[in-house]
Design a protein around this ligand. Structure first.
Ligand code: NI
Length: 131
C-alpha cells in the first residue's frame, strides 16, 4: 500500500459488532486490514467479471411459503438455462429453502442472473462465488 488514508464510515452498530466478531474468528488483528481485504476482493471480483467467461455458484435462502417465489425462481432459472449447469435444492427447515445454482458462461450473463435473483422479493440472503 503506497498511500494510506483514514476515512470515516457510518454503519449500524449491530452490523459492526457482527463484523468485528467475524473478523476476530478469521484471525484479523485490525479492522482496517479486514476492510481493505473486503474492498479489494470486491473490486477484483468486478474486474474478472468484465473480461469474458466465469464459473461459480450463486447461493441463496428463501422462505418457500411466500406467494409466487417458487414459480418466479423457476421462471428466472429457465431464462438463464444456457448458463445454469446444475441446481441443488435443500429444505433447511420447515420454512426455509437453500439453493445452490452452479453457473458457467459469459460473465455479463452471470451478473445479470445474480442481479435478477438478488432483487427478487423474499430472497433472504444471497451470495455469489466466481472463480
Ligand atoms: Ni425447500
Amino acid at each position: 500500500m503506497s498511500n494510506v488514508i483514514r476515512f470515516g464510515v457510518s454503519i449500524d452498530s449491530k452490523l459492526l459488532d457482527e463484523f468485528d466478531n467475524h473478523i476476530k474468528e478469521e484471525g484479523y488483528e485490525t479492522r482496517s486490514k479486514a476492510i481493505s481485504d473486503l474492498i479489494e476482493s470486491n473490486l477484483r471480483g468486478k474486474s474478472t467479471k468484465l473480461d469474458g467467461m466465469s464459473s461459480g455458484a450463486i447461493i441463496y435462502i428463501y422462505d418457500h411459503s411466500h406467494r409466487d417465489i417458487v414459480s418466479r425462481l423457476i421462471d428466472i432459472q429457465h431464462d438463464y438455462h444456457d448458463i445454469i449447469i446444475s441446481m441443488q435444492h435443500v429444505h433447511i427447515d420447515h420454512d426455509n429453502c437453500l439453493e445452490i445454482v452452479t453457473v458457467n458462461g459469459k460473465s455479463v450473463d452471470i451478473d445479470k442472473l445474480y442481479n435478477r435473483l438478488k432483487t427478487l422479493k423474499n430472497i433472504k440472503r444471497i451470495n455469489i462465488i466466481l472463480t
